[in-house]
Design a protein around this ligand. Structure first.
Ligand SMILES: [Zn+2]
Ligand SMILES: [Zn+2]
Ligand SMILES: [Zn+2]
Length: 341
């Protein structure tokens, strides 16, 4: 009996949470149908886009005529740097405290039509350089203890604007998801992710693509159908420790992975991606291993997504397609973008 073919739970050692895997529900052969999406005409500049160069943003500010990346403080910032401190805990049940932070937007390119998959590696390396500079700058602010870089890509993920950009929310507290990982990684006496990567490379079945510095793979405990994690081979804790050759290598692996994603259903593949990095609270985080998560919602086609409802909202996450078969499908795909084929 192969345990992989029967219902089972898998543990995510980063969060301590379990995912239910039901492979017997997908033993029917893959249908493989792809709904061809109409190819939208490339709009390089949109006069109504608040992120395009020279355009007016909310509140009357104008973007400069930028030609590379462009960073600004979010006009509708979820957090403010000057919120006065308070803390309350009425009856031990109504706990609240002030939270300070800084929220920024990073435009990846002046070209409204691009995505990471459609940018060249040099331009993505400039985005990596911008992330490094931003991490350094925000980490140096005394009231900032965590820096969350994330990209919401596609309307399905609630991205309000297709212009290629990400956000950086930096916070006084370490947010929930990062805090869970920090706790579990710190509890070990070695780096759990260094050992995990070594074991995954030995097994090979969940690897999607790799270069000399980075590996993209579907984690054993993945929740989303085509979820991946991007791990540097070398141990480092945050972007301020990235080596010169790792910048271009990170750009390259991001381009290759997102191209595979676009090719999967021949669509501009939606996702939330982001980096988990050591908190900038000055504590000892030597066993934190920087990585990026990609959480894409699509399940079967450009329009059929996975929903986290029912048992998943009340019990816990569940998946049918196994991480191994998701990795095999991503691995089979070309790294030439379907729009260029
Ligand atoms: Zn734009
Ligand atoms: Zn490590
Ligand atoms: Zn993580």
């Amino acid at each position: 009996m192969n345990w992989r073919e029967q219902p089972h739970r898998r543990l995510n050692p980063l969060t301590g949470e379990w995912v239910l895997v039901s492979p017997h529900r997908t033993q029917r052969p893959w249908q493989g149908q792809v709904e061809r999406q109409p190819r939208p005409a490339a709009v390089h500049y949109d006069p109504k886009c608040y992120l395009c160069p020279g355009n007016e943003r909310a509140g009357g500010k104008h973007n400069p005529p930028y030609t590379s990346t462009f960073v600004f403080d979010n006009d509708f910032s979820a957090l403010l740097p000057d919120t006065p401190p308070f803390e309350t805990n009425e009856a031990g049940l109504f706990a609240a405290r002030a939270e300070r932070g800084l929220c920024r937007v990073v435009c990846f390119s002046p070209d409204h039509s691009l995505t990471v998959a459609r940018m060249d590696t040099g331009a993505i390396t400039t985005v990596v350089d911008t992330w490094v500079d931003q991490f350094r700058d925000l980490a140096a602010q005394p009231f900032i203890n965590a820096v969350q870089i994330f990209e919401n890509r596609g309307e399905m993920m609630g991205a309000s604007n297709p212009h290629p950009h990400c956000q950086i929310w930096s916070t006084e507290s370490v947010p929930n998801e990062l805090a869970k990982e920090v706790a579990n990684l710190s509890a070990a006496s070695e780096c759990l992710l260094c050992r995990y990567l070594e074991e995954e490379l030995k097994r090979g079945e969940r690897i999607v693509c790799e270069n000399r510095q980075f590996v993209a793979l579907v984690p054993f405990w993945a929740v989303w159908p085509f979820e991946t994690i991007v791990l540097p081979r070398r141990h480092f804790t945050a972007l301020d420790e990235i080596a010169a050759d790792e910048r271009a290598a990170l750009a390259e692996i991001l381009k290759r992975l997102t191209t595979r994603y676009d090719n999967l259903f021949e669509t501009s593949f939606p996702y939330t991606m982001g980096f988990h990095q050591r908190p900038t609270d000055g504590a000892d985080h030597r066993y934190f291993h920087m990585h990026a998560h990609f959480y894409p919602p699509l399940l079967r086609s450009a329009t059929v997504r996975k929903f986290m409802v029912g048992f998943e909202m009340l019990g816990g996450p569940q998946r049918d397609i196994t991480p191994e078969s998701a990795a095999a499908r991503l691995r089979q795909l070309s790294e030439q973008h379907y729009l260029d084929a």
